[in-house]
Ligand binder design. Structure first.
Ligand SMILES: [Mg+2]
Length: 126
């Protein structure tokens, strides 16, 4: 069984790129396009990893992550913040907000597979 990864991202260029890379590497990938849909799908799928965009119309990634991390059923989900904010100190800000990691956009397609393996390390496919 492959690991399940949920992409929550409103930008089609980014989500298509992520989808292509992750499916190429054999992961079972699902996609949500806003925070509310992402929360619903996360509860249904219980993915091994979530890649969560921060800036989305409707419910943003910070809010969606807060909902999942505030619910005992989904508190254990591993959530990586996807953000284009290229400001120094962002990593600390997102880790402090409860995210398990940080991926800045534009996405480094060469580094991504290694980062995914690191984030999934020690996790049995669910
Ligand atoms: Mg966005």
């Amino acid at each position: 069984m492959p690991h399940k990864i949920l992409i929550i991202e409103d930008n089609t260029n980014n989500s298509t790129l992520l989808w292509d890379i992750l499916t190429f590497h054999g992961y079972q990938v699902s996609l949500a396009t806003d925070g509310q849909e992402g929360v619903t799908m996360a509860r249904e799928l219980m993915p091994d990893l979530i890649l969560m965009d921060i800036q989305m119309p409707g419910m943003d990634g910070m809010t969606a992550s807060g909902i999942l991390k505030g619910d005992s059923a989904t508190i254990g989900l591993k959530i990586i913040a996807l953000t284009s904010f290229a400001m120094q100190g962002d990593q600390e800000k997102f880790l402090a907000a409860g995210f398990d990691g940080y991926l800045s956009k534009p996405i480094n397609t060469r580094e991504l597979p290694t980062l995914i393996i690191q984030w999934l390390a020690g996790k049995e496919p669910s």
